[in-house]
Design a protein around this ligand. Structure first.
Ligand SMILES: C=CC1=C(C)c2cc3[nH]c(cc4nc(cc5[nH]c(cc1n2)c(C)c5CCC(=O)O)C(CCC(=O)O)=C4C)c(C)c3C=C
Ligand SMILES: [Fe+2]
Length: 471
């Protein structure tokens, strides 16, 4: 099993694993055991999992570098009235910021290749062993160029670009208003991981606005190393270099799929969509989650699969309590590259269900709260066609939550609940990575690495295998 065509056994990939993050946080003293447990372990309690910390307490091994195709851009943020004070837990002088984390998407077809470069250059997306990390960017360049034509086709079919920026801005606006209704006046910022507005810009804006307390809210209900984890790592890299952020009380809501408001909002959407079928009780509810490579869960301790399964249990229990007792199933979509991804795969399950005689199916995208290429193209076009070809007669799809008011109100409650636990502690002793400072080791790596990179990148076998797997 190889890691995304690198030729490196997947089982040997190191990356920065979730278990290591937990251990390192423990050893850095500043986060209590209790905080970590609440942040990483799922429970049936109906509150979010949040992690309060001071930025300087976190250890991050690798430097963040990314392609920046444009020289300037503005960060998206809702306006902030400095004189307005918030809810009971804040003081009149406090300036509360909410930072929404999201993936970002190409806005034009020209953006697609550099966007893909940013994505594949992320060490949380292609997880290379330490000694091979210098290959990250050349590999990202190669994979992004090879994959771009296929991705462009997808984006062209949904109007020439991703709707993510627009929808996320609308959600930011709606959240700000929902918080205002609850008497908390905030500035809501958007930080995208792979496209505009980039995380770094949102962070600069927070600093310029002199925010005094920050709640970080990833727009992914379930935690994965590859999504929320990656964005949080970037933030940690920025924060530990900056005295302002080291002193800023911060609370991170790591995952929130188990919140009552979210579960009920999802159940509402499903219930409503079932009614569009002529025989609603016969419809198979088909949850389709974005996949991750199996090694993330089995080797790196990514809680994503557990959280996904738990999330679906909670939604089905909620539906049951409303008298909806349809059959349901979960499958994983959008795999990339030759490695094993979480199973079962959406396309394979659709064919099986067709063979088994399922006639009506309601697809429910479950890992993301906005419409995006994988709902609009992959589910609505590719999977629908496959399902109909496989014998399924009646197809439906639940829309993404977007700005559904019960959902946004619940996110506002999550922010309010997270605020009291935002905390800052004194500057921690920084742990530097010895090997990063060791010039000899670096030179040796570079020498052998260059030879390997040459063999790797210019091998016709590798290039044709990449083409087969990425197109
Ligand atoms: C919870 C959601 C997501 C997980 C987990 C995730 C992991 C993951 N993704 C890739 C590769 C690609 N993802 C792409 C687009 C994309 N991914 C998500 C969400 C998750 N990804 C979203 C919302 C989007 C769409 C953004 C948009 O523009 O609308 C793409 C680009 C599109 C394409 O070419 O298919 C790639 C590539 C990996 C490798 C991965 C886990 C390791
Ligand atoms: Fe993805």
């Amino acid at each position: 099993m190889e890691a995304l065509g690198t030729g490196i056994p997947q089982t040997k990939l190191l990356g920065f694993c979730h278990k290591q993050i937990k251990q390192r946080l423990f050893h850095k003293r500043q986060v209590s055991k209790c905080d970590i447990v609440s942040a990483f372990h799922s429970s049936d309690k109906e509150h979010h999992h949040s992690l309060s910390y001071n930025a300087s307490s976190l250890y991050i091994p690798s430097k963040e570098r990314k392609y920046l195709g444009k020289s300037s851009y503005s960060s998206e943020a809702c306006s902030f009235d400095e004189n307005m004070a918030g809810a009971s837990s804040t003081t009149a002088r406090e300036k509360i910021g909410v930072l929404l984390l999201n993936l970002g998407g190409p806005e034009t077809l020209q953006d697609v290749q550099p966007f893909l470069f940013n994505l594949f250059a992320d060490p949380d997306i292609i997880r290379l062993p330490r000694w091979f990390r210098f290959l990250q960017r050349p590999l990202a360049q190669l994979i992004s160029v090879v994959r771009a034509p296929k991705s462009k086709e997808g984006y062209a079919s949904i109007g020439g670009g991703s709707p993510l920026r627009r929808i996320t801005n609308e959600q930011a606006d709606a959240l700000k208003h929902a918080l205002e209704k609850k008497k908390l006046h905030t500035n809501v910022y958007v930080a995208m991981r792979y496209w505009y507005p980039f995380t770094e810009e949102a962070i600069q804006q927070i600093k310029r606005d002199k925010i005094t307390k920050l709640v970080i809210l990833p727009l992914y209900p379930q935690y994965s190393i590859s999504t929320s984890g990656s964005s949080i790592r970037v933030l940690q890299n920025i924060f530990r270099e900056d005295a302002y952020f080291e002193g800023l009380p911060i609370s991170i809501i790591e995952s929130w799929y188990q919140r009552e408001g979210y579960i009920k909002s999802m159940a509402d959407l499903i219930e409503k969509e079932l009614l569009s079928f002529s025989n609603p009780e016969e419809v198979m509810i088909f949850f389709s989650a974005h996949g991750v490579p199996v090694s993330y869960v089995e080797d790196a301790g990514d809680p994503y699969r557990d959280q996904m399964e738990h999330c679906i249990r909670l939604i089905m229990n909620e539906l049951k309590s409303r008298g909806v007792t349809n059959q349901h199933t979960l499958a994983y979509q959008s795999r990339v590259g030759p490695v094993q991804w979480l199973k079962p795969y959406t396309d394979e399950v659709l064919v099986e269900l067709g063979k088994k005689g399922v006639k009506s199916l309601l697809a429910v995208p479950i890992s993301f709260v906005s419409e995006h290429i994988e709902t609009l193209e992959e589910i609505d076009m590719e999977y629908k066609e496959l399902a109909l070809e496989s014998g399924i007669k009646n197809w439906g799809r639940v829309p993404a939550l977007g700005c559904t008011s019960s959902f946004i109100t619940d996110l506002a409650d999550a922010v309010l609940e997270a605020l009291p636990s935002a905390s800052a502690t004194s500057r921690a002793r920084r742990e530097t990575d010895d090997s990063d400072n060791d010039f000899m080791q670096y030179a040796i790596k570079l020498f052998f690495g260059s030879i390997l990179a040459f063999l790797f990148l210019f091998s016709p076998k590798l290039i044709s295998s990449l083409r087969n797997n990425l197109l």
